[in-house]
Design a protein around this ligand. Structure first.
Ligand code: IPE
Ligand code: IPE
Ligand code: MG
Length: 235
């Protein structure tokens, strides 16, 4: 069992390997994405049980828009379906739902369905589930820099600290991830939380996302509990 004292506040997951999972079974890639929804539910419910306050999931990157249109459409359709399928589970578990990313690129139908679910779950306090959609770390830093530059132009003497910069990122108000998990054996950040992950612990596992369930998630939390975070200091 995981000990209470070392439970991360914010766990983030780069959910990778859906396509390979499907290919191993001789199925279309989309079947891997569909199977991956179960893993989302498993990790979200386990997070609530373990007392993780923020679970964030990298669901679709800005670069993923460059995939074949049929796959992009299938992913957006799956997102739309999951929103309505999971309302009950989110409400029953007291989970607040938030989507972060370049929302302008989403269809109006999807964007308004997301906004509706965000409003409905706004008061839920057990946990916050963040889905990064049409997100990339460089995009986030750029949009933050642009907004900050506008304010500095109006007030040239303004001094900006890293904490001030945090407030321009789409993750404003959300603590930086303590643990970033990536499934499927790839060991890279793929333009994810470049600024926010400055001191995150990383955990790479060969397990493909559709096979990552409660047991694998608990094992990741156990591994995190053993890490010694020093933040550049001497202990
Ligand atoms: C992750 O699985 C889901 C998304 C990036 C949308 P992939 O679709 O990247 O699966 P692999 O990496 O090709 O196996
Ligand atoms: C990262 O996975 C993005 C998401 C999980 C949403 P990719 O499959 O897109 O990343 P690369 O191409 O292997 O770096
Ligand atoms: Mg991939």
């Amino acid at each position: 069992m995981t000990t209470d004292k070392n439970i991360p506040v914010h766990v983030s997951i780069i959910m990778d390997g859906n396509g390979r999972w499907a290919r191993e079974r001789g199925q279309e890639r989309v079947m891997g994405h569909i199977a991956g929804v179960k893993s989302v539910r498993a990790c979200a419910e386990e997070s609530v049980r373990q007392g993780v306050k923020y679970l964030s999931l990298f669901a679709f990157s800005e670069e993923n828009w460059g995939r074949p249109q049929a796959e992009v459409d299938a992913l957006m359709k799956l997102m739309m379906k999951s929103l309505s399928d999971e309302v009950g589970t989110l409400m029953d578990n007291g989970v607040r739902f938030v989507v972060l990313g370049n929302r302008k690129r989403l269809s109006e139908t999807l964007d308004s369905a997301i906004t509706q679910l965000e409003k409905m779950t706004e008061g839920n306090q057990a946990m916050t589930l963040i889905v990064f959609l049409s997100y990339s770390g460089k995009w986030d830093i750029l949009q933050a820099a642009r907004r900050m530059a506008e304010e500095i132009a109006a007030d040239p003497g303004k001094v900006v600290s890293p904490e001030d910069f945090d407030s321009y990122l789409v993750t404003a108000g959300i603590p930086d991830p303590d643990l970033i998990i990536r499934t499927s054996g790839e060991q890279r950040i793929s333009n994810y939380l470049l600024w926010q992950g400055a001191y995150s612990e990383f955990l790479f596992t060969d397990v493909l996302w559709p096979d990552f369930h409660e047991e694998q998630y608990r094992a990741a939390l156990d591994e995190y509990a053993k890490r010694d975070r020093r933040y550049g200091k001497v202990k």
